[in-house]
Design a protein around this ligand. Structure first.
Ligand SMILES: [Mg+2]
Length: 353
């Protein structure tokens, strides 16, 4: 996707190095033409090419302007057969999810994504154009351009995304902006979640059951009556507005729900040296409490704040969905309780079941 001979090693080197090229054939059979096509797709998603003074796809490396304050960096992988199953997750879904999962980590810091680097390795059986379409759609939604990457042939589909991010204004006008950390919670803080949980896990179970029972194929899944749950699994959305609003409303800690609520709250509790007493977990329609507690991949944010009313007011003023109070931080370091009982550290176990 980068141009020329480096930046991305898409055409020449990857093809020679690893056998069959994943690049789709182009009209003139020129792999560089295909790279130019991908560049056009990503520039269209970004609403245009690089602004004056920046270089995106097309040179050995991208050159971009860093925002003020700390530079946020995150990366994540989607590997077919590990994080996604192409029987019930399309190649476009895999590209979309890889971007959103990565950007969700920026949301959990209260930041905004600025630039994406996307590398795709795929076997000839996976249509690269579809993967790119999913990547471009997610990039458009989060408002960050794809400024480079790499392409390669591989035995299975792998989508690797790296993102830069920055913080908008600080809590006080002119104040220094600081990212939301997992380690900032203190005993007495209120814990809130930005939305109901469990839809992704319930959606995955629904999709898998219907495909394995022969009721649906990947192409017809959208018509099987479980659109909302299926979409939650196939097209999750990073909660960027919520993370930014929480940070500006004075929240002290946050984590995104990727592994599962109990596991991710456990991460926050451990990092902060606090306990968390949970109750009243909001369960998404069609999901179970088990889905909500352990399912993961919801990408809602869990936030700890000493001033929950202020956070709720800022969310309301911003037109965001009301956050839901789900607990309080305690002095029981590292201990997560649900309705008073010790909670099992249930989370997503990197298994597709
Ligand atoms: Mg995370």
């Amino acid at each position: 996707m980068g141009g020329g001979r480096a930046g991305t090693r898409a055409g020449d080197e990857a093809g020679d190095r690893s056998g069959a090229s994943p690049l789709p054939p182009s009209a003139d059979g020129d792999e560089f033409a295909a790279i130019r096509r991908l560049r056009a797709v990503f520039e269209a998603a970004a609403g245009g090419g690089a602004p004056e003074g920046e270089v995106w796809i097309g040179d050995d490396a991208a050159a971009v302007r860093a925002g003020r304050g700390p530079l946020l960096l995150a990366t994540d992988l989607v590997v077919a057969g590990v994080h996604a199953d192409l029987r019930w997750c399309s190649p476009a879904d895999a590209g979309f999810k890889a971007v959103m999962a990565t950007v969700s980590d920026i949301a959990a810091m209260g930041g905004r994504p600025r630039h994406l680097l996307v590398s795709v390795a795929a076997p000839p059986s996976v249509p690269l154009d579809a993967v790119v379409e999913g990547v471009a759609e997610a990039a458009r939604l989060v408002g960050a351009p794809v400024v480079g990457g790499d392409l390669s042939a591989a035995p299975v589909l792998v989508v690797s995304v790296a993102v830069t991010g920055s913080l908008e204004a600080g809590p006080q006008p002119g104040g220094e902006a600081a990212p939301l950390l997992r380690s900032g919670a203190r005993p007495g803080d209120t814990v809130l979640v930005t939305g109901a949980l469990g839809a992704s896990a319930a959606g995955l179970a629904r999709l898998r059951d219907r495909v394995l029972a022969g009721v649906s194929t990947l192409d017809t899944l959208a018509d099987d009556g479980s659109e909302a749950l299926a979409a939650a699994h196939r097209r999750p959305v990073a909660r960027l507005d919520e993370g930014d609003a929480a940070r500006q409303a004075g929240a002290r800690a946050a984590v995104d729900v990727s592994d599962g609520l109990l596991a991710d709250v456990g991460h926050l509790a451990e990092a902060s040296g606090v306990g968390v007493a949970l109750s009243g977990i909001p369960v998404a329609p069609g999901a179970t409490l088990a889905d909500a507690l352990g399912g993961g991949e919801d990408y809602e944010l869990v936030v700890a704040t000493p001033e929950p009313r202020q956070l709720e007011a800022v969310f309301a003023a911003s037109g965001l969905r009301p956050p839901v109070r789900i607990g309080v931080c305690t002095a029981e370091s590292g201990v997560v309780r649900l309705d008073g009982e010790l909670a099992p550290a249930a989370g997503w176990r990197h298994s597709l079941g």
